[in-house]
Write a protein that binds this ligand. Structure first.
Ligand SMILES: Cc1cc2nc3c(=O)[nH]c(=O)nc-3n(C[C@H](O)[C@H](O)[C@H](O)COP(=O)(O)O)c2cc1C
Length: 209
C-alpha cells in the first residue's frame, strides 16, 4: 500500500477486538516514535507502553470509559516534560556529542542561546512546548501503526490530572499529553468502520500563494 492508501485505511478505531499485536509490529511503531524529530533534538517526553491488564482497568474510567483502553493490545501514554531545565537539555546535547565523537563543548554556545530564550518563559510555555514535541511523535506513531496494519486511536478524552496521579508522573517531572491505544479493529461492531473518511476540501485547507 502507498502512504496515501495507508492513511485512508487508518481511522480512529472506536472498537478493538482484544487481539495482541505481534512484537515486531509493536517494535516497528516504537522505533518510529524513537526516530521522531523534536525541537533542538531534545525529545522532552517519555512514552509509557502499557499492556498490564490491571493497570488498563484502572485507566479505563479515567479515559471516559472508552472501550479501546480495555480492548487494545498496548496503550501508549505520551507524557511530556512539565518544564525545561538547563541541566536536562545539556545532558541531551552531551549524549548527542558523545554518540558523534565530537568535543563536549561543541554545543555550549547553542545551549547558552537556547537557555537564554527558554529560561525567562513561564512554566506553562515550557509544558506546552514539550507537549507539542510529544504530539509530533504521536503523529508519527499513527502513521507507523497504519504502515504495520495496526489500528490506533489518538485520545485526548481523558482526565489528565487523574492519569498523572495514577502513573506518578509529577514525581518524574512529566505530564500526560495524549493516549494511543494500539490493537486491531472489530470491524463488525465498530460504527465508524464503514463510514467514509471526511476531510476539508483541498481548496479550503491549502492556501496557495
Ligand atoms: C489529538 C487527538 C485527540 C483525539 N481524541 C479522541 C478521543 O479521545 N476519543 C476518540 O474516540 N477519538 C479521538 N480522536 C480522533 C479524532 O476524532 C479523529 O482522528 C478525527 O475525527 C479524524 O478521523 P480519523 O482519525 O478516523 O480519520 C482524537 C484525535 C486526535 C488527533
Amino acid at each position: 500500500m502507498s502512504l496515501i492508501e495507508q492513511l485512508n485505511w487508518r481511522y480512529a478505531t472506536k472498537k478493538m477486538n482484544g487481539n495482541s499485536i505481534p512484537d515486531e509490529k509493536l517494535n516497528a511503531i516504537l522505533e518510529a516514535i524513537q526516530l521522531s524529530p523534536s525541537s533542538s533534538g531534545i525529545q522532552p517526553y517519555k512514552v509509557f507502553v502499557i499492556s498490564d491488564r490491571d493497570l488498563l482497568k484502572k485507566i479505563h474510567p479515567i479515559a471516559s470509559e472508552q472501550s479501546q483502553i480495555l480492548d487494545c493490545s498496548h496503550l501508549l501514554v505520551f507524557a511530556s516534560w512539565d518544564k525545561y531545565e538547563r541541566d536536562a537539555i545539556a545532558e541531551t546535547f552531551q549524549y548527542t556529542l558523545k554518540e558523534r565523537n565530537l568535543p563536549s563543548d561543541t554545543m555550549d554556545a547553542y545551549l547558552d542561546r537556547l537557555w537564554g530564550a527558554y529560561s525567562p518563559l513561564p512554566q506553562d510555555w515550557h509544558a506546552t512546548h514539550s507537549a507539542k514535541q510529544a504530539y509530533i511523535a504521536l503523529g508519527i506513531a499513527m502513521v507507523a501503526a497504519a504502515e504495520q496494519k495496526v489500528d490506533a486511536t489518538p485520545m485526548e478524552g481523558f482526565d489528565n490530572a487523574a492519569l498523572d496521579a495514577l502513573l506518578n508522573l509529577p514525581e518524574q517531572g512529566l505530564k500526560s499529553a495524549a493516549l494511543l491505544p494500539l490493537g486491531f479493529r472489530d470491524a463488525e461492531n465498530d460504527w465508524l468502520a464503514p463510514m467514509k473518511k471526511v476531510r476539508r476540501p483541498k481548496e479550503e485547507l491549502f492556501v496557495t500563494l
